[in-house]
Ligand binder design. Structure first.
Ligand code: NAD
Length: 473
Protein backbone atom coordinates (compact mmCIF):
# COMPACT_ATOMS: atom_id res chain seq x y z
CA UNK A 1 0.00 0.00 0.00
CA UNK A 2 1.26 3.44 -0.92
CA UNK A 3 0.63 6.35 1.41
CA UNK A 4 1.48 9.83 0.12
CA UNK A 5 0.07 12.41 2.47
CA UNK A 6 2.32 15.31 1.51
CA UNK A 7 2.90 17.70 -1.38
CA UNK A 8 6.35 18.73 -2.67
CA UNK A 9 6.53 22.50 -2.23
CA UNK A 10 9.59 24.78 -1.93
CA UNK A 11 12.10 21.95 -1.76
CA UNK A 12 10.38 19.80 0.90
CA UNK A 13 7.46 17.40 1.43
CA UNK A 14 4.78 19.36 3.28
CA UNK A 15 1.35 18.67 4.75
CA UNK A 16 -1.40 20.18 2.57
CA UNK A 17 -2.98 23.30 4.04
CA UNK A 18 -6.32 22.37 2.50
CA UNK A 19 -7.76 19.41 0.71
CA UNK A 20 -8.69 15.77 1.18
CA UNK A 21 -7.44 12.22 0.72
CA UNK A 22 -8.11 9.99 -2.30
CA UNK A 23 -8.03 6.18 -2.27
CA UNK A 24 -6.79 4.56 -5.49
CA UNK A 25 -7.61 1.10 -6.87
CA UNK A 26 -5.82 -1.24 -9.28
CA UNK A 27 -7.45 -1.16 -12.74
CA UNK A 28 -6.95 -4.93 -13.18
CA UNK A 29 -8.16 -6.16 -9.79
CA UNK A 30 -10.11 -3.41 -8.08
CA UNK A 31 -7.84 -3.78 -5.01
CA UNK A 32 -6.94 -0.64 -3.09
CA UNK A 33 -3.34 0.35 -3.96
CA UNK A 34 -2.93 3.34 -1.66
CA UNK A 35 -3.95 6.82 -0.59
CA UNK A 36 -2.81 10.26 -1.69
CA UNK A 37 -3.33 13.75 -0.38
CA UNK A 38 -5.16 16.12 -2.70
CA UNK A 39 -4.19 19.74 -2.16
CA UNK A 40 -6.34 22.85 -2.30
CA UNK A 41 -6.19 26.43 -3.51
CA UNK A 42 -3.94 27.50 -0.60
CA UNK A 43 -1.39 24.86 -1.59
CA UNK A 44 -1.30 26.13 -5.18
CA UNK A 45 -0.75 29.65 -3.87
CA UNK A 46 2.14 28.42 -1.70
CA UNK A 47 3.68 26.52 -4.60
CA UNK A 48 3.36 29.45 -7.01
CA UNK A 49 4.89 31.82 -4.43
CA UNK A 50 7.86 29.46 -4.00
CA UNK A 51 8.27 29.12 -7.77
CA UNK A 52 8.03 32.89 -8.26
CA UNK A 53 10.70 33.52 -5.62
CA UNK A 54 13.00 30.83 -7.07
CA UNK A 55 12.56 32.20 -10.60
CA UNK A 56 14.69 35.29 -9.82
CA UNK A 57 17.86 33.25 -9.43
CA UNK A 58 17.02 30.15 -11.50
CA UNK A 59 16.18 32.19 -14.61
CA UNK A 60 19.71 33.65 -14.47
CA UNK A 61 21.47 30.26 -14.60
CA UNK A 62 23.50 29.55 -17.72
CA UNK A 63 22.60 26.80 -20.20
CA UNK A 64 25.73 24.96 -19.00
CA UNK A 65 24.46 25.00 -15.42
CA UNK A 66 21.07 23.71 -16.56
CA UNK A 67 22.76 20.94 -18.59
CA UNK A 68 24.53 19.85 -15.38
CA UNK A 69 21.19 19.84 -13.59
CA UNK A 70 19.55 17.75 -16.34
CA UNK A 71 22.43 15.30 -16.21
CA UNK A 72 21.82 14.81 -12.49
CA UNK A 73 18.08 14.38 -13.20
CA UNK A 74 18.96 11.70 -15.78
CA UNK A 75 21.05 9.76 -13.26
CA UNK A 76 18.21 9.79 -10.72
CA UNK A 77 15.62 8.93 -13.38
CA UNK A 78 17.64 5.86 -14.36
CA UNK A 79 17.90 4.85 -10.70
CA UNK A 80 14.10 4.94 -10.38
CA UNK A 81 13.22 3.51 -13.83
CA UNK A 82 11.88 0.20 -12.50
CA UNK A 83 9.86 1.96 -9.75
CA UNK A 84 8.29 4.13 -12.44
CA UNK A 85 7.46 1.10 -14.60
CA UNK A 86 5.81 -0.67 -11.65
CA UNK A 87 3.60 2.30 -10.76
CA UNK A 88 2.54 2.79 -14.40
CA UNK A 89 1.29 -0.81 -14.26
CA UNK A 90 -0.60 -0.28 -11.01
CA UNK A 91 -2.09 3.15 -11.67
CA UNK A 92 -2.83 3.02 -15.44
CA UNK A 93 -3.07 -0.76 -15.96
CA UNK A 94 -0.46 -0.68 -18.75
CA UNK A 95 1.16 -4.07 -19.43
CA UNK A 96 4.54 -4.40 -17.67
CA UNK A 97 6.39 -4.95 -20.96
CA UNK A 98 4.88 -1.73 -22.34
CA UNK A 99 5.62 0.18 -19.14
CA UNK A 100 9.27 -0.90 -19.29
CA UNK A 101 9.60 -0.72 -23.07
CA UNK A 102 7.65 2.47 -23.86
CA UNK A 103 6.34 4.52 -20.92
CA UNK A 104 9.65 4.86 -19.10
CA UNK A 105 12.09 5.04 -22.05
CA UNK A 106 10.00 7.73 -23.79
CA UNK A 107 10.21 9.79 -20.61
CA UNK A 108 13.97 9.26 -20.50
CA UNK A 109 14.32 10.46 -24.10
CA UNK A 110 12.84 13.78 -23.01
CA UNK A 111 15.72 14.33 -20.58
CA UNK A 112 18.48 13.36 -23.03
CA UNK A 113 16.79 15.52 -25.69
CA UNK A 114 16.66 18.53 -23.35
CA UNK A 115 20.39 18.16 -22.72
CA UNK A 116 21.12 18.04 -26.46
CA UNK A 117 18.82 21.01 -27.15
CA UNK A 118 20.56 23.09 -24.48
CA UNK A 119 23.96 22.34 -26.02
CA UNK A 120 23.07 24.03 -29.29
CA UNK A 121 20.11 26.37 -28.65
CA UNK A 122 20.60 30.04 -29.56
CA UNK A 123 19.35 32.12 -26.62
CA UNK A 124 20.78 35.35 -28.03
CA UNK A 125 21.19 36.37 -31.63
CA UNK A 126 22.60 39.55 -33.16
CA UNK A 127 20.69 40.98 -36.16
CA UNK A 128 22.85 43.93 -37.23
CA UNK A 129 23.02 46.17 -34.17
CA UNK A 130 19.89 44.60 -32.65
CA UNK A 131 20.08 41.74 -30.16
CA UNK A 132 17.21 39.23 -30.06
CA UNK A 133 17.06 37.36 -26.77
CA UNK A 134 15.00 34.36 -25.70
CA UNK A 135 14.08 34.56 -22.03
CA UNK A 136 12.10 32.21 -19.75
CA UNK A 137 8.41 33.10 -19.40
CA UNK A 138 8.31 32.78 -15.60
CA UNK A 139 6.44 30.24 -13.49
CA UNK A 140 5.16 27.38 -15.65
CA UNK A 141 1.96 25.58 -14.62
CA UNK A 142 2.03 22.04 -16.00
CA UNK A 143 -1.24 20.08 -16.17
CA UNK A 144 -1.13 16.49 -17.42
CA UNK A 145 -3.50 13.58 -18.19
CA UNK A 146 -3.34 10.01 -16.88
CA UNK A 147 -2.62 7.97 -20.00
CA UNK A 148 1.14 8.64 -20.26
CA UNK A 149 2.06 9.62 -16.69
CA UNK A 150 5.84 9.48 -17.21
CA UNK A 151 6.28 10.79 -20.76
CA UNK A 152 3.91 13.77 -20.61
CA UNK A 153 5.07 15.19 -17.26
CA UNK A 154 8.76 14.54 -17.92
CA UNK A 155 8.56 16.22 -21.34
CA UNK A 156 6.96 19.31 -19.87
CA UNK A 157 9.14 19.48 -16.74
CA UNK A 158 12.49 19.21 -18.51
CA UNK A 159 11.47 21.58 -21.32
CA UNK A 160 10.39 24.21 -18.77
CA UNK A 161 13.49 23.75 -16.60
CA UNK A 162 15.78 23.79 -19.66
CA UNK A 163 14.22 27.11 -20.71
CA UNK A 164 14.91 28.59 -17.25
CA UNK A 165 11.32 28.54 -15.99
CA UNK A 166 10.32 27.31 -12.55
CA UNK A 167 7.52 24.76 -12.31
CA UNK A 168 4.29 23.94 -10.52
CA UNK A 169 3.21 20.49 -11.68
CA UNK A 170 -0.37 19.20 -11.35
CA UNK A 171 -0.72 15.59 -12.54
CA UNK A 172 -3.99 13.76 -13.24
CA UNK A 173 -5.80 12.66 -10.13
CA UNK A 174 -5.65 8.98 -11.15
CA UNK A 175 -1.85 8.93 -11.61
CA UNK A 176 -0.29 10.52 -8.53
CA UNK A 177 2.24 7.75 -7.78
CA UNK A 178 4.38 8.37 -10.86
CA UNK A 179 4.19 12.11 -10.12
CA UNK A 180 5.49 11.53 -6.58
CA UNK A 181 8.42 9.50 -7.95
CA UNK A 182 9.20 12.28 -10.45
CA UNK A 183 9.25 14.77 -7.54
CA UNK A 184 11.57 12.43 -5.61
CA UNK A 185 13.82 12.33 -8.68
CA UNK A 186 13.94 16.15 -8.83
CA UNK A 187 14.68 16.31 -5.11
CA UNK A 188 17.45 13.69 -5.30
CA UNK A 189 18.97 15.48 -8.31
CA UNK A 190 19.34 18.65 -6.24
CA UNK A 191 16.88 20.83 -8.13
CA UNK A 192 16.97 24.04 -6.03
CA UNK A 193 14.10 24.71 -3.61
CA UNK A 194 11.07 26.25 -5.30
CA UNK A 195 12.26 25.46 -8.85
CA UNK A 196 10.08 22.35 -9.01
CA UNK A 197 6.83 21.93 -7.05
CA UNK A 198 4.17 19.19 -7.11
CA UNK A 199 0.55 19.77 -6.12
CA UNK A 200 -1.71 16.73 -6.52
CA UNK A 201 -5.42 17.38 -6.68
CA UNK A 202 -8.59 17.92 -8.67
CA UNK A 203 -8.55 19.67 -12.02
CA UNK A 204 -11.42 21.94 -11.09
CA UNK A 205 -9.51 23.16 -8.00
CA UNK A 206 -5.74 22.89 -8.60
CA UNK A 207 -5.85 23.23 -12.38
CA UNK A 208 -8.23 26.15 -12.25
CA UNK A 209 -6.25 28.00 -9.56
CA UNK A 210 -3.04 27.55 -11.53
CA UNK A 211 -4.62 28.64 -14.81
CA UNK A 212 -6.07 31.83 -13.36
CA UNK A 213 -3.09 32.69 -11.13
CA UNK A 214 -1.58 36.11 -11.95
CA UNK A 215 1.94 34.91 -11.04
CA UNK A 216 1.92 32.01 -13.50
CA UNK A 217 3.45 33.02 -16.84
CA UNK A 218 2.61 30.00 -18.97
CA UNK A 219 0.31 26.99 -18.77
CA UNK A 220 1.14 23.81 -20.61
CA UNK A 221 -1.97 21.66 -20.67
CA UNK A 222 -2.44 18.13 -22.01
CA UNK A 223 -5.88 16.57 -21.73
CA UNK A 224 -9.40 16.81 -23.05
CA UNK A 225 -10.91 19.58 -25.15
CA UNK A 226 -13.54 20.41 -22.51
CA UNK A 227 -10.95 20.96 -19.77
CA UNK A 228 -8.71 22.90 -22.20
CA UNK A 229 -11.54 25.31 -22.91
CA UNK A 230 -11.97 25.90 -19.16
CA UNK A 231 -8.22 26.41 -18.72
CA UNK A 232 -8.14 28.88 -21.61
CA UNK A 233 -11.06 30.87 -20.21
CA UNK A 234 -9.55 30.90 -16.69
CA UNK A 235 -6.21 32.08 -18.11
CA UNK A 236 -7.62 34.79 -20.36
CA UNK A 237 -7.86 37.67 -17.84
CA UNK A 238 -4.10 37.47 -17.15
CA UNK A 239 -3.21 36.98 -20.85
CA UNK A 240 -0.76 34.21 -19.94
CA UNK A 241 0.48 31.89 -22.65
CA UNK A 242 -1.62 28.69 -22.85
CA UNK A 243 -0.28 25.74 -24.82
CA UNK A 244 -2.72 22.89 -25.36
CA UNK A 245 -2.21 19.26 -26.41
CA UNK A 246 -5.60 17.59 -26.82
CA UNK A 247 -7.41 14.59 -28.21
CA UNK A 248 -7.82 13.12 -31.65
CA UNK A 249 -9.78 10.92 -34.00
CA UNK A 250 -6.83 10.05 -36.17
CA UNK A 251 -7.26 8.50 -39.62
CA UNK A 252 -5.24 5.61 -41.00
CA UNK A 253 -5.43 5.55 -44.80
CA UNK A 254 -4.68 2.20 -46.41
CA UNK A 255 -3.83 3.02 -50.03
CA UNK A 256 -4.98 0.63 -52.77
CA UNK A 257 -1.57 -1.09 -52.88
CA UNK A 258 -1.18 -1.29 -49.08
CA UNK A 259 0.53 -4.25 -47.46
CA UNK A 260 -2.03 -5.34 -44.87
CA UNK A 261 0.58 -6.97 -42.61
CA UNK A 262 2.14 -3.50 -42.21
CA UNK A 263 -1.29 -1.92 -41.67
CA UNK A 264 -2.18 -4.47 -39.00
CA UNK A 265 1.10 -3.74 -37.20
CA UNK A 266 0.03 -0.09 -37.01
CA UNK A 267 -3.31 -1.16 -35.52
CA UNK A 268 -1.56 -3.25 -32.85
CA UNK A 269 1.16 -0.69 -32.05
CA UNK A 270 -0.97 2.47 -31.94
CA UNK A 271 -4.61 1.43 -31.59
CA UNK A 272 -4.57 -1.52 -29.16
CA UNK A 273 -1.29 -1.41 -27.20
CA UNK A 274 -2.50 1.18 -24.68
CA UNK A 275 -6.04 -0.32 -24.73
CA UNK A 276 -6.98 2.50 -27.09
CA UNK A 277 -6.12 5.14 -24.46
CA UNK A 278 -3.78 7.04 -26.73
CA UNK A 279 -4.47 10.55 -27.98
CA UNK A 280 -2.96 9.63 -31.36
CA UNK A 281 -4.69 6.24 -31.77
CA UNK A 282 -5.63 5.49 -35.40
CA UNK A 283 -9.29 5.06 -34.55
CA UNK A 284 -10.59 5.46 -38.11
CA UNK A 285 -9.13 3.02 -40.64
CA UNK A 286 -9.93 3.92 -44.25
CA UNK A 287 -9.80 0.90 -46.58
CA UNK A 288 -10.32 0.62 -50.38
CA UNK A 289 -13.82 -0.83 -50.76
CA UNK A 290 -12.59 -3.54 -53.14
CA UNK A 291 -10.16 -4.84 -50.48
CA UNK A 292 -12.32 -4.40 -47.36
CA UNK A 293 -13.07 -8.09 -46.66
CA UNK A 294 -9.45 -9.05 -47.41
CA UNK A 295 -8.28 -6.50 -44.81
CA UNK A 296 -10.72 -7.77 -42.20
CA UNK A 297 -9.59 -11.34 -42.84
CA UNK A 298 -6.02 -10.34 -41.89
CA UNK A 299 -6.96 -8.00 -39.04
CA UNK A 300 -9.59 -9.97 -37.11
CA UNK A 301 -7.61 -13.17 -36.38
CA UNK A 302 -4.65 -11.08 -35.22
CA UNK A 303 -6.85 -9.19 -32.73
CA UNK A 304 -8.56 -12.36 -31.53
CA UNK A 305 -5.09 -13.78 -30.76
CA UNK A 306 -4.17 -10.70 -28.68
CA UNK A 307 -3.40 -11.65 -25.07
CA UNK A 308 -5.65 -9.47 -22.93
CA UNK A 309 -5.10 -9.85 -19.20
CA UNK A 310 -3.29 -8.97 -16.00
CA UNK A 311 -0.86 -6.14 -16.81
CA UNK A 312 1.59 -7.49 -14.23
CA UNK A 313 2.30 -10.54 -16.45
CA UNK A 314 5.13 -10.01 -18.88
CA UNK A 315 3.31 -11.75 -21.74
CA UNK A 316 0.16 -9.60 -21.51
CA UNK A 317 -0.33 -7.50 -24.66
CA UNK A 318 -3.38 -5.49 -23.63
CA UNK A 319 -4.39 -4.48 -20.11
CA UNK A 320 -7.63 -3.00 -18.76
CA UNK A 321 -8.79 0.58 -19.23
CA UNK A 322 -7.93 2.77 -16.28
CA UNK A 323 -11.22 3.09 -14.39
CA UNK A 324 -14.82 2.00 -14.11
CA UNK A 325 -15.89 5.39 -15.50
CA UNK A 326 -13.71 4.85 -18.59
CA UNK A 327 -15.05 1.30 -18.96
CA UNK A 328 -18.64 2.61 -18.89
CA UNK A 329 -17.79 5.27 -21.48
CA UNK A 330 -16.29 2.69 -23.83
CA UNK A 331 -19.27 0.34 -23.43
CA UNK A 332 -21.57 3.26 -24.20
CA UNK A 333 -19.77 3.87 -27.50
CA UNK A 334 -19.89 0.17 -28.46
CA UNK A 335 -23.65 0.29 -27.86
CA UNK A 336 -23.90 3.44 -30.01
CA UNK A 337 -22.02 1.67 -32.82
CA UNK A 338 -24.47 -1.24 -32.68
CA UNK A 339 -27.47 1.11 -32.53
CA UNK A 340 -26.19 3.08 -35.53
CA UNK A 341 -26.05 -0.12 -37.63
CA UNK A 342 -22.28 -0.53 -37.89
CA UNK A 343 -21.15 -4.15 -38.45
CA UNK A 344 -19.40 -5.62 -35.40
CA UNK A 345 -16.59 -7.80 -36.76
CA UNK A 346 -14.83 -8.62 -33.48
CA UNK A 347 -15.14 -7.80 -29.77
CA UNK A 348 -18.26 -6.08 -28.56
CA UNK A 349 -20.01 -5.39 -25.28
CA UNK A 350 -18.91 -6.84 -21.93
CA UNK A 351 -15.65 -8.15 -20.55
CA UNK A 352 -13.47 -10.83 -22.14
CA UNK A 353 -14.07 -14.29 -20.70
CA UNK A 354 -12.35 -14.91 -17.37
CA UNK A 355 -11.57 -11.22 -16.78
CA UNK A 356 -14.50 -10.07 -14.70
CA UNK A 357 -12.68 -8.34 -11.83
CA UNK A 358 -10.89 -5.50 -13.64
CA UNK A 359 -11.89 -2.88 -16.21
CA UNK A 360 -11.19 -5.14 -19.20
CA UNK A 361 -12.59 -4.45 -22.68
CA UNK A 362 -12.62 -6.71 -25.75
CA UNK A 363 -10.55 -5.40 -28.68
CA UNK A 364 -13.42 -4.23 -30.84
CA UNK A 365 -13.72 -3.43 -34.54
CA UNK A 366 -16.71 -2.08 -36.43
CA UNK A 367 -16.88 -2.21 -40.24
CA UNK A 368 -19.38 -0.46 -42.53
CA UNK A 369 -18.96 2.68 -40.45
CA UNK A 370 -19.91 6.00 -41.95
CA UNK A 371 -17.96 9.04 -40.89
CA UNK A 372 -20.99 10.75 -39.38
CA UNK A 373 -21.57 8.06 -36.73
CA UNK A 374 -20.58 8.97 -33.15
CA UNK A 375 -18.02 6.13 -33.11
CA UNK A 376 -16.24 7.84 -36.03
CA UNK A 377 -16.53 11.41 -34.74
CA UNK A 378 -15.91 11.31 -31.00
CA UNK A 379 -12.80 10.31 -29.08
CA UNK A 380 -13.67 7.00 -27.34
CA UNK A 381 -10.35 6.42 -25.55
CA UNK A 382 -10.78 2.64 -25.59
CA UNK A 383 -9.91 -0.27 -27.93
CA UNK A 384 -12.71 0.43 -30.39
CA UNK A 385 -11.77 0.94 -34.04
CA UNK A 386 -13.95 2.02 -36.95
CA UNK A 387 -13.31 0.74 -40.47
CA UNK A 388 -14.60 3.01 -43.24
CA UNK A 389 -14.63 1.93 -46.90
CA UNK A 390 -13.66 4.41 -49.64
CA UNK A 391 -13.78 4.39 -53.45
CA UNK A 392 -11.08 6.90 -54.43
CA UNK A 393 -7.99 8.24 -52.68
CA UNK A 394 -9.44 11.78 -52.94
CA UNK A 395 -12.49 10.56 -51.02
CA UNK A 396 -10.24 8.89 -48.43
CA UNK A 397 -8.39 12.18 -47.84
CA UNK A 398 -11.68 14.07 -47.57
CA UNK A 399 -12.98 11.60 -44.96
CA UNK A 400 -9.65 11.73 -43.10
CA UNK A 401 -9.95 15.51 -42.82
CA UNK A 402 -13.67 15.50 -42.01
CA UNK A 403 -13.11 15.75 -38.25
CA UNK A 404 -12.77 18.62 -35.78
CA UNK A 405 -9.48 17.04 -34.64
CA UNK A 406 -6.05 17.05 -36.29
CA UNK A 407 -3.55 15.33 -34.04
CA UNK A 408 -2.04 12.44 -36.01
CA UNK A 409 -2.47 10.52 -39.26
CA UNK A 410 -1.21 7.22 -40.63
CA UNK A 411 -0.68 6.14 -44.22
CA UNK A 412 0.09 2.60 -45.39
CA UNK A 413 0.95 2.18 -49.06
CA UNK A 414 3.42 0.50 -51.42
CA UNK A 415 4.28 3.61 -53.45
CA UNK A 416 6.21 5.96 -51.14
CA UNK A 417 5.72 9.01 -53.38
CA UNK A 418 1.96 8.54 -53.26
CA UNK A 419 2.02 7.90 -49.51
CA UNK A 420 3.98 11.14 -49.06
CA UNK A 421 1.56 13.06 -51.26
CA UNK A 422 -1.35 11.80 -49.15
CA UNK A 423 0.55 12.66 -45.94
CA UNK A 424 0.87 16.25 -47.07
CA UNK A 425 -2.91 16.49 -47.58
CA UNK A 426 -3.85 15.27 -44.09
CA UNK A 427 -4.45 18.22 -41.75
CA UNK A 428 -2.70 16.85 -38.67
CA UNK A 429 0.49 17.48 -36.73
CA UNK A 430 2.24 14.11 -37.03
CA UNK A 431 1.99 11.56 -39.86
CA UNK A 432 3.49 8.08 -39.72
CA UNK A 433 3.98 6.25 -43.02
CA UNK A 434 4.19 2.44 -43.18
CA UNK A 435 4.43 1.97 -39.42
CA UNK A 436 7.66 3.97 -39.27
CA UNK A 437 9.40 4.20 -35.92
CA UNK A 438 8.20 7.16 -33.87
CA UNK A 439 10.67 9.97 -33.15
CA UNK A 440 10.08 11.05 -29.53
CA UNK A 441 12.30 14.11 -29.86
CA UNK A 442 10.43 15.57 -32.86
CA UNK A 443 7.81 18.28 -32.24
CA UNK A 444 4.47 16.85 -31.18
CA UNK A 445 1.12 18.64 -31.32
CA UNK A 446 -2.11 19.08 -33.19
CA UNK A 447 -4.05 21.09 -35.73
CA UNK A 448 -7.60 22.34 -35.18
CA UNK A 449 -9.28 21.15 -31.94
CA UNK A 450 -6.33 18.90 -31.14
CA UNK A 451 -4.58 21.92 -29.63
CA UNK A 452 -2.19 24.72 -30.42
CA UNK A 453 1.09 23.74 -28.75
CA UNK A 454 4.18 21.75 -29.65
CA UNK A 455 6.06 19.57 -27.23
CA UNK A 456 9.42 17.76 -27.24
CA UNK A 457 12.71 18.86 -28.76
CA UNK A 458 13.65 22.52 -29.40
CA UNK A 459 10.07 23.43 -30.32
CA UNK A 460 8.91 22.08 -26.95
CA UNK A 461 11.41 24.26 -25.06
CA UNK A 462 10.50 27.30 -27.15
CA UNK A 463 6.96 27.17 -25.68
CA UNK A 464 8.47 28.33 -22.37
CA UNK A 465 10.44 31.25 -23.85
CA UNK A 466 9.57 34.87 -24.61
CA UNK A 467 11.35 37.03 -27.17
CA UNK A 468 13.04 40.28 -26.11
CA UNK A 469 14.80 42.89 -28.24
CA UNK A 470 17.74 44.90 -26.88
CA UNK A 471 19.30 47.72 -28.90
CA UNK A 472 22.08 50.13 -28.19
CA UNK A 473 23.71 48.13 -25.40
P1 NAD B 1 -8.82 15.63 -18.66
O1 NAD B 1 -9.01 16.81 -19.52
O2 NAD B 1 -9.97 15.10 -17.90
O3 NAD B 1 -7.69 15.94 -17.57
C1 NAD B 1 -6.40 16.38 -17.95
C2 NAD B 1 -5.82 17.19 -16.81
O4 NAD B 1 -6.57 18.41 -16.68
C3 NAD B 1 -5.92 16.49 -15.45
O5 NAD B 1 -4.78 16.79 -14.69
C4 NAD B 1 -7.17 17.13 -14.86
O6 NAD B 1 -7.19 17.07 -13.44
C5 NAD B 1 -7.03 18.55 -15.36
N1 NAD B 1 -8.28 19.33 -15.41
C6 NAD B 1 -9.54 18.88 -15.57
N2 NAD B 1 -10.40 19.91 -15.56
C7 NAD B 1 -9.67 21.05 -15.40
C8 NAD B 1 -9.98 22.44 -15.31
N3 NAD B 1 -11.23 22.87 -15.37
N4 NAD B 1 -8.97 23.31 -15.17
C9 NAD B 1 -7.69 22.88 -15.13
N5 NAD B 1 -7.33 21.58 -15.17
C10 NAD B 1 -8.32 20.68 -15.31
O7 NAD B 1 -8.16 14.50 -19.57
P2 NAD B 1 -7.78 13.01 -19.17
O8 NAD B 1 -9.03 12.20 -19.09
O9 NAD B 1 -6.86 13.00 -17.98
O10 NAD B 1 -6.90 12.58 -20.42
C11 NAD B 1 -7.44 12.13 -21.61
C12 NAD B 1 -7.42 13.21 -22.66
O11 NAD B 1 -6.09 13.70 -22.84
C13 NAD B 1 -7.84 12.69 -24.01
O12 NAD B 1 -8.66 13.63 -24.66
C14 NAD B 1 -6.52 12.55 -24.75
O13 NAD B 1 -6.63 12.56 -26.15
C15 NAD B 1 -5.76 13.70 -24.23
N6 NAD B 1 -4.31 13.53 -24.42
C16 NAD B 1 -3.68 14.31 -25.36
C17 NAD B 1 -2.32 14.16 -25.58
C18 NAD B 1 -1.58 14.99 -26.59
O14 NAD B 1 -0.36 15.02 -26.53
N7 NAD B 1 -2.24 15.66 -27.51
C19 NAD B 1 -1.61 13.22 -24.84
C20 NAD B 1 -2.27 12.45 -23.91
C21 NAD B 1 -3.64 12.62 -23.70
Amino acid sequence: MREHTKLYIDGAWREPEQGSVLELTHPATGEITGRVALGGEADVNRAVAAAKYAFDSYSQTSPEERIELMERVLVEFDRRAEDLAQVVVSEVGAPLALARGAHVPTGRIQITTAIEVLKSFTFSEQRGSTEIRKEPLGVAGLITPWNFPVLQPTGKIVSALAAGCTVVFKPAQLTPYSAVILAEIMDAAGVPAGVFNLVNGRGSVIGNTLSSHPDVGVISFTGSLDAARQVTVAAAPTMKRVNTELGGKSPHILLPDADFDVAVRTVHDWMMAMTGQLCSAPTRTLVPRARLEEFLSVLVPSLEALKVGDPRSLDTQMGPVISRGQWNTVQGYIQQGLDAGARLVTGGLGKPEGLQAGHFVKPTVFADVSNDMAIAREEIFGPVMSVIAYDTVEEAVAIANDTPFGLAGYVTGGDLDEANAVASQIRAGYILINDAEFDWSAPWGGYKESGNGREFGPEGMTEYLETKVVRGG
